[in-house]
Write a protein that binds this ligand. Sequence first.
Ligand code: ADP
Length: 502
Amino acid sequence: MAEQFVVALDQGTTSSRAIVFDRKSAIRGVAQREFTQHYPKPGWVEHDPREIWSSQLEVLHAAMRQADVRPEQLAGLGITNQRETTVLWNRKTGEPIHNAIVWQCRRTSAACDRLVREGHEALIQERAGLVVDAYFSGTKIQWLLEHVAGARALAERGDLAFGTVDSWLLWNLTGGAVHATDVTNAGRTMLCNIHRLEWDDELLELLGIPRSILPSIVPSSGLIGKTAPEIFAGTEVPIAGMAGDQHAALFGQTCFDVGMTKNTYGTGCFILVNTGEKAIASRNRLLTTPAWSLAAGSVTYAMEGSIFIAGAAVQWLRDSMKVISNAAESEYFATQVSDSGGVYVVPAFVGLGAPHWDSYARGGVFGLTAGSGRNHLIRATLESIAYQSRDVVEAMARDGSGTAEVQTMRVDGGASANDFLMQFQADILGTAVERPVVAETTALGAAYLAGLGTGFWSDREEIREAWKLERRFEPGMSEDERESLYSGWQEAVRRVRGWADE
Ligand code: ADP
């Protein structure tokens, strides 16, 4: 029999990618295409769902060509996606009724403020595991139903479908035969009861969302559907894995045991810790989220801290401050000085995410003296990424998620290539940081979910063995220095809070 493979679709915020993996978890083909970002107003972000689909389909075929793999050789297809981004489409025609509202879009901030004012925060946290924020899908659906002419009538006739990007891709891959979402994506809508893994009538009523538009909720692994004949010239490939990008990365990092933690350093930082069968309610404004479900009735939970600006602060150094010409250069300049010279940068450009959730905070630079120079600024900016991550890890420890005892944090994402940053992260956490050989953990996670779902891989132990360490960063800083540096950071954060009027 010809060699078999699994393909992962990684539908991200700025690009669509597809990666073909072999049984040893090695990458055999990869293709990527950027697509258009629409900014209709300040703070608003949209994507064209048709472009999401067409770019995704194109890279799927391109990756297979590169790997020289025929459809019959695909043991399964997995989907991972930008989370929370909201699409509504007509079930009859398959046409979207509006652009997708992207997770970053702030257009429903006022609706969220109203939910908080009306006292619904506790109910939403208890049922959905989320803080009330425009980030999540619920208020985005509400906005579309209220602002797109004819949307409600379509919903009342049962002809309107809602989906996050996983559902949208699944619908298109199956030629409209399957309308489903997995537990991890459902858990980001603000409509799902994450304990029962069902849509919650009270939350639906609160936001005025009709049940008729919702997809069914399925496990993240196992047969979800088959590709329609037109996708692969007649060959039906099983779609057997589906998870939001950060959840897939946790799985791809093989964080299968309670307390295992990963941090993805991309535009923002997303830290997730496996909390096992327990959905821990945070007292420190972290999110509770289904990490994955490998079979109906079984679920593993995670706690998550999302930091909005991480690698994006390095882009700010490059594009706005113009003190570096590319991101990798930040490491060279940061290591030209022995410390930041007392300088702290708080990159709260769009407010602060977890655990502060202060949308009125704005960025600040503190501790400047006449001797502060560009290298100090660059170093302090990289350090801010590590400090923000510690804020989240501390909140996790206070919530008793098991991280307090954890000895390592697994890392991935673009900025994890920065050795200085990784060493400083280990130092400031007092915890070892481990970087794997395969940095494509998000796509790998989706491939693993699909491969487990079809028996391509037999179990998690087989997958666990495929995870290979590239480099481990050991904490080297004294306790005194660590705590004194960190308390400077905490003071800087206190000073940026509530800065903006709106
Ligand atoms: P995303 O998936 O969010 O687009 P990536 O994982 O591709 O992000 O990482 C890109 C981010 O990482 C950018 O914000 C970039 O500034 C940052 N980055 C990339 N390489 C480095 C580096 N060597 N040092 C610091 N930051 C980096």
